[in-house]
Design a protein around this ligand. Structure first.
Ligand code: SAH
Ligand code: SF4
Length: 356
């Protein structure tokens, strides 16, 4: 039995053809699955009985179960807890940004790439809970299917994907990149609307550069000195800031793409005037934008969200020293938008995790 979400459109149609069915049957099936977002064979009205029998004997369509949903008051953000077949749980978040005339509506899916994470950032619930395993490609792709099912209620589909849920995507590179390709080619999501957020996996960034992969690269920087970043993003101890900046420059020369840096803002830790000046010094010569993310405080940790005043002071210092800096519009705070929180609550702990 093959999980249907493992295959991209080309592989699916080829397999069906190799098994003796005409190419257009594969295209019809694909139309139901991806365009209409229907996975129940009974509802696929234009498929003949023998083909449905072949499908039911050779493929299965689902591995993930929705365990819980929590949305904010206007339903613009919904966080969904999913159970995998082995009983592990992951989270994803859907955020709807509505434009006045609806022409630029954005439906963002914040997707998970691993169960847990081995990087162990101390402010992040996913990191605190440890690493369990990588997600398979189909477990990543199925998240978009479930999101689209929910978005049917609003006559919408996911048109923006950010790998900012649980896990470090570049430590599960093959599955993440295959899923990203499926989002791009089969789900028609432009590569400019697929963001891979990384804590700074050097080999992964090099791979993106060398293979001309045009996704948006976001790097979780959080600190502009080694001592600070060693503490906040422990992977920095092995791969220090100098190596990170070197690979970022290499990436930029190769791809000519602007890079996003995420900078989590934590009271009394990384938002002084000195931090702003060091940040601008570090990023000199790099075409980049910085997203300042006021921390979602995780219960059980000492990290505190700065006051509005302090957040704007830091923003101003960064801008005065020439950086392109914005504060991330915060969706999901109301529902503890940080991925990992719902999962940890279900597991009986009070930790929380990733941003958005
Ligand atoms: N592992 C990858 C992607 C998942 S985390 C990475 O670290 O980039 C996505 C983003 O959420 C990262 O920038 C991360 O630093 C941020 N994040 C994690 N915990 C957070 C919290 N409690 N509050 C705000 N942002 C958080
Ligand atoms: Fe892992 Fe990203 Fe959380 Fe750090 S912030 S522990 S890299 S998921």
């Amino acid at each position: 039995m093959i999980n249907i979400y493992t295959l991209n459109k080309y592989e699916l149609i080829t397999k069906i053809k190799d098994d003796g069915y005409p190419k257009y049957r594969g295209e019809q099936l694909y139309d139901w699955l991806i365009n209409k977002n229907i996975k129940n064979l009974e509802e696929m009205s234009n498929l003949p009985k023998d083909f449905k029998k072949y499908l039911s004997e050779n493929y299965f369509f689902s591995k993930l179960k929705v365990l819980d949903k929590i949305s904010n008051s206007d339903n613009s953000t919904i966080k969904i807890l999913l159970e995998l077949q082995d009983g592990n749980t992951i989270e994803m978040v859907i955020m709807r940004y509505t434009d006045k005339d609806h022409s630029k509506n954005r439906n963002t899916l914040c997707i998970s790439s691993q169960v847990g994470c081995s990087v162990g950032c101390p402010f992040c619930a996913t990191g605190k809970a440890g690493f369990i395993r990588n997600l398979e490609c189909e477990e990543i792709v199925e998240q978009i299917q479930i999101a689209n099912e929910y978005l049917k209620n609003f006559d919408a589909k996911v048109n923006n994907v950010v790998f900012m849920g649980m896990g470090e995507p570049l430590l599960n590179r093959n599955n993440v990149l295959k899923a990203a390709e499926i989002f791009n080619k089969d789900y028609n999501i432009s590569s400019r609307r697929i963001t891979i957020s990384t804590s700074g996996i050097i080999e992964g960034i090099k791979f993106l550069a060398d293979n001309d992969l045009k996704y948006v690269l976001a790097i979780s920087l959080h600190g502009s000195r080694n001592d600070l970043r060693d503490f906040l993003v422990p992977i920095n101890k092995a791969k220090n800031l100098e190596k990170l900046i070197e690979i970022v420059k290499y990436y930029q020369i190769k791809t000519r793409k602007r890079i996003t840096f995420e900078y989590i803002m934590i009271d009394k830790l990384n938002i002084s005037k000195r931090d702003a000046l060091e940040l601008s010094e570090l990023l000199k010569g790099i075409d980049c934008h910085i997203n300042g993310i006021p921390i979602n405080t995780v219960p059980g940790t000492d990290f505190i969200r700065p006051s509005r005043n302090k957040i704007y002071n830091f923003k101003n210092w960064c801008q005065e020293s020439g950086l392109s800096f914005s504060i991330r519009e915060e969706k999901g705070v109301e529902i503890d938008g940080a991925c990992g929180q719902l999962r940890n609550k279900k597991r009986g702990s009070n930790e929380s995790s990733c941003s958005m």
